[in-house]
Design a protein around this ligand. Sequence first.
Ligand SMILES: C[S@@+](CC[C@H](N)C(=O)[O-])C[C@H]1O[C@@H](n2cnc3c(N)ncnc32)[C@H](O)[C@@H]1O
Length: 290
Amino acid sequence: MSEWTLKKLLDWTSRYFSEAHLEQPRLAAEILLAHVLGCPRIDLYVRFDSCPPPDALSRFRELVKRAAAQEPVAYLTGRAHFFSLEFEVTPAVLIPRPETEILVAAAIDFCRHETRRPTVDVLDLCTGSGCVAVAIASQVVEVELVASDRSKAALEIARRNIEKHDLQARISVCQSDLFDALGQAPKAVFDLIVANPPYIARGDYEQLPANVRREPDEALLAGEDGLEIQRRIAAGAGDFLADDGCLLVETAYDQADRVTALFQQAGTLKAIQTIKDNLGHQRVVKARKA
Ligand SMILES: C[S@@+](CC[C@H](N)C(=O)[O-])C[C@H]1O[C@@H](n2cnc3c(N)ncnc32)[C@H](O)[C@@H]1O
């Protein structure tokens, strides 16, 4: 083959990724090429006929091999986008998903329109990369957050993302198995608790795409029925919510009814409702402290 121009590289790699069953093969090729060239994706199109320097080409080839072997592109570049913000990600954290933006939008809505507190105290359980906490704090100035996770490695990434967005004055981190160690957090009663917990049932794990199974098990798996963590959140949230405080929890596209039932059984929650995603699936269950 003659010279590898950016156009030829992108066309070849898109086909190769397509054969390797990657989702969005063209986008994956563009992200990796822009990454090794250190330029925005859009610049690839104005440099279509140029050839990359040899060191960038060999780094690109290496990353293409790894992506075709199902390593998530976000782990290869170390970056993901969520709520129009950029986050650092490593294999210690879940890659933020667009559906979680529904949870963030509901949280922002609560902070802006459903509470009169001058400062809204928010707990982000299962924070992972910290994307939910950072997205809320970047949109609402009058919030103070505790971002917590059981995983020390995840919290390290959350801490870096909080600093990257210069939010360390308003978001503190706390290592905790759900509510267990929250006594050590700066606050222990919250106007709003948000969570995107693990919710995959053990039996469904093998059906997940190979690249999703590269993400941490503890970010995905939630016992036999996928509701282990939701059950504990439903049972414990009442003790950590202020009067008329709000709980918002993301669920799998087919779990909202069962999570609603868990909230009803808790006895400490009222006004339970669900919020749909753009595809019409009930994605977030919302409740107020009874
Ligand atoms: C689905 S990920 C969500 C990460 C991030 N909030 C997001 O939306 O991208 C779930 C997170 O819950 C954490 N986790 C799992 N079990 C936990 C537990 N018992 N207590 C606290 N965190 C837990 C995992 O470490 C993981 O970071």
